[in-house]
Each structure stands twice: as C-alpha cells, then as structure tokens.
Design a protein around this ligand. Structure first.
Ligand code: KMT
Ligand code: NI
Length: 176
C-alpha cells in the first residue's frame, strides 16, 4: 500500500496520478480520515483474515475479480460505477488477493488521496466516506469483500451530504 495526493489531471484514471514531487499520505493520516489498513504478511492470508474477521465481527465474505474476464458483459458498466464518487451506509472492507488497483478517498480537506493497493493489503473505508475505485493499467484485481452482516453494495453518488451516515462520518472525524 502506498498513499499520496492525487494530481487531479484529466487523463486515464488507471495511470498513477501522483504529483511531482509526490506528497505522501501516511497510515496515520489515513486513520484520521477513518480509513484503516493492515498488511497481511504471508502468502496464505486465510489465517490472518480469519483472525481479523473474528476480532472485528466480519461474519460474511465473498470474492470479486475485477477484470474483463471476471466481470464479463458488465465490466465497463461496473468500472464506471466504481469510479463515480460515492459513499456506502456500511464499511467497504477489501482484502486484495491478487493484482492491484487504486482506492481514492476524500480527506477532511476534501482533497483526493490515492491509495494504491496490491496483494496482501487489507483496507477498510468507513461508512459515509466519499470514495471511488479504479484498476491500474494491468486491468486486474482479485479481492475478498468482507461484511459484518448482509452486504450492502448500493453506491450513493455524491452529493448526498444530508445522508445520516455521511453526517455521522463527518462527526466521527471532526476531533482529528
Ligand atoms: C466500491 O464500492 O467502491 C467497490 O466495491 C470497489 C471495487 S472492489 C475491489
Ligand atoms: Ni464503494
């Protein structure tokens, strides 16, 4: 995982979009935006995932392969949906199993922070945070999606500032 400020250039979102010089964003700074990160440090992630799932009460999981092959006819549509700025009323928890991609989150100054994730990264985006996702130019990412209860996939596109989960999120980071 590596995080940095996004350059906001209008070119292919699958490019790195890193400022020159780069402005890195630390794990601590991500935590101030409510974003949690773990590195799974072995090639067999199962045991560590089981432990984190138990600790954080993630009862359910499934897998998604974000690629042309993995998503078939809905690939283009899904990719567009993922990259439209949105929030969810539940956490977005992803353990990256193969490949790589970018989660962009809005920090508390409403700047885009790009988080490059790859195999072995586990990331939790809190409910109510504005974010988006894209593959990188390799066009392949396999992830495990974890959830506390039943999955709530619905993306609510920005603006939805009156959403109670949005408000609760802003309150939760206000002291940081
Ligand atoms: C979302 O809602 O942003 C996603 O599920 C992103 C794709 S999962 C790697
Ligand atoms: Ni999302």
């Amino acid at each position: 995982m590596r995080a940095y400020l996004y350059d906001n250039l209008d070119t292919d979102c699958r490019e790195p979009h890193e400022l020159i010089p780069s402005v890195p964003v630390s794990v601590e700074e991500l935590a101030e935006s409510g974003v949690l990160y773990w590195r799974l440090d072995s090639t067999d992630y199962t045991e560590q995932l089981d432990r984190i799932c138990e600790e954080r009460k993630y009862k359910n999981r499934d897998q998604i392969t974000v690629s042309k092959e993995g998503l078939g006819a809905v690939f283009e549509e899904k990719i567009k949906t993922f990259f439209a700025e949105h929030l969810h009323v539940d956490e977005e928890i992803r353990a990256i199993l193969e490949g790589a991609g970018y989660f962009d989150i809005r920090d508390r100054h409403d700047r885009w922070v790009r988080i490059k994730v790859e195999a072995g990264d586990l990331i939790v985006l809190p409910a109510g945070i504005y974010h988006r996702f894209t593959l990188d130019t390799n066009n392949y990412l396999k992830a495990m999606r974890l959830f506390k209860e039943d999955p709530v996939w619905t993306p609510l596109n920005r603006p939805c500032d009156d959403n109670p989960y949005r408000k609760a999120y802003l309150e939760s980071i206000a002291a940081n």
